[in-house]
Design a protein around this ligand. Structure first.
Ligand code: NAD
Length: 436
């Protein structure tokens, strides 16, 4: 099927490349002409494992192309995916829908035949209806089916998530649109992916409710981690014992410096703003957001306590992206933590396997190194912020020998305190018995 994907970011590019892999004929469109030019030259604008290879092979197979400028909606195009950003608005952190609305207008103006307009962007309940209204106003002569098809992929494992999703949610009551979406996703459903049809408003809500629930799970285990420290329990043991209960599940039960990234912070805030608009109070979501904000500040204080004195100290920062497997630094917990350390007078030396380009622009005062070992060389303290697997494999004897100090703060609990101590390092993790 010939499909146009509008918005070629983390979601749009992965969706376009993976739909091409399913055999569809895909054009990825973006108003950012520079990004499209890079893609046309074979350069990736983002890091996502496996994406570069997939894009290259789908382009070579003739199933994937890129466009900017005029929206390429010819008579053969039957469906348009909308995957533009929905960032937090400056005023009340509600979802800024200006890009989604602009795309609806552009589709209305460019359409030459009836189309399914499939909204993949994360949008509050009622957005599908608004998109439908815009299309009707701009192009009253053409019928559009506006479908909500929220995206659940995770950066870092986006390709695997697309290829084997836990579920595909399709929100529309229009039968032809349901058939069309079933056709688009047939290669996945034939391999066992559940396809869930819902009303459009329910699909829009599912995405926000799912993200708020996962954020709450992280905030919950972080609170338990604080109590573990006070009560001499070990949160790693607690998390394991809780997670094996199938009613709870082990995922998102890892303690850390607080959740970040381009989704959880903005989606929880947008859900609260939407609830406010409906006159409904979401106390659990409010508490989740407040607990997470407080946690990121507390983590800065915690590192300073571990150091004793931050002023003039050199801190080797291992990892700055909001999680492993991505170069994304949007709302990364590293940002407020490192800001607190800088304000306390510490010197920052940073290494991240994929996040260096973004980090350099966001944290220009820091020094940057080409490897973890170079970063640690001569440092007064180490601060592990992102769960990149290569940090778990560090040779700790070599680390100790090259550092000036002996403080190792591991805000992801990647390295066992026993191993750190055996190497002569002072280990500070999360929710463990040793105190800061
Ligand atoms: P992104 O910022 O990486 O990409 C958005 C793209 O849209 C950019 O390339 C931008 O140039 C383009 N764009 C903006 N306005 C446009 C317009 N009018 N016409 C055409 N293109 C336009 O964002 P993302 O991370 O891919 O997220 C996209 C949506 O998907 C958001 O609503 C997000 O909440 C949701 N989502 C993201 C993830 C994730 O892990 N990143 C996961 C699930 C859902």
């Amino acid at each position: 099927m010939r499909i146009v994907v509008i918005g070629t970011g983390y979601v749009g590019l992965v969706t376009g490349a993976c739909l091409a892999e399913l055999g569809h004929d895909i054009t990825c469109y973006d108003t950012d002409a520079g990004k499209i030019a890079r893609l046309q030259r074979g350069e990736m604008p983002i890091f996502e494992p496996g994406l570069e290879e997939l894009v290259k092979s789908e382009v070579a197979a003739g199933r994937l192309s890129f466009a900017s400028g005029a929206l390429p909606l010819d008579r053969r195009v039957r469906a348009v995916f909308v995957a533009v950003g929905t960032p937090p608005s400056a005023i009340d952190h509600s979802a800024d829908l200006s890009a989604v609305h602009a795309v609806a207008e552009a589709i209305g103006r460019a359409a030459v035949r009836p189309l399914a307009v499939i909204v993949k962007s994360t949008v509050p309940v009622g957005t599908g209806e608004a998109v439908e209204r815009i299309l009707r106003d701009v192009r009253p002569g053409i019928a559009f089916d506006v479908v909500s098809n929220p995206e659940f992929l995770r950066e870092g494992s986006a390709l695997a998530d697309f290829r084997a999703p836990d579920r595909i949610v399709v929100g529309t009551s229009a039968k032809p649109a349901r058939r069309l979406l079933a056709d688009i996703y047939r290669p996945l459903t034939e391999r066992g992916a559940p396809l869930v049809f819902t009303e459009r408003a329910s699909a829009e809500m599912i995405k926000y409710a799912a993200n708020a629930f996962l954020a709450a799970k992280i905030a919950f285990i972080n609170e338990i981690a604080d109590l573990c420290e006070a009560a001499d329990a070990d949160v790693e043991e607690v998390s394991l014992g809780m997670g094996l209960d199938r009613r709870i599940g082990a995922a998102f039960l890892r303690p850390g410096p607080g959740y970040g990234g381009s989704c959880f912070p903005k989606d929880t805030e947008a859900l609260l703003a939407a609830a406010q608009g409906h006159g409904v109070q979401l106390r659990l979501v409010e508490s989740t957001v407040a607990a997470n904000e407080g946690r990121k500040r507390a983590m800065g204080r915690r590192v300073i306590r571990a150091l004793g004195e931050a002023h003039g100290r050199t801190i080797a920062v291992l990892g700055v992206t909001f999680k492993a497997g991505t170069d994304d630094m949007r709302q990364a917990p590293s940002l407020p933590i490192l800001a607190a350390l800088r304000a306390a007078g510490a010197r920052l030396r940073i290494f991240d396997p994929e996040g260096m380009a973004h980090a350099r622009s966001l944290l220009p005062e820091a020094d940057y190194t080409r490897s973890a070992y170079e970063c640690l060389d001569g440092a007064d303290a180490a601060l592990l912020l992102t769960d990149w697997p290569e940090f778990a494999a560090l040779d700790l004897a070599r680390v100790k020998a090259s550092m000036r100090g002996d403080v190792f703060v591991d805000l992801r609990n990647m390295l066992s305190p026993e191993r750190l101590r055996a190497a002569g390092l002072r280990a500070f993790g999360i929710g463990r018995r040793e105190k800061l």
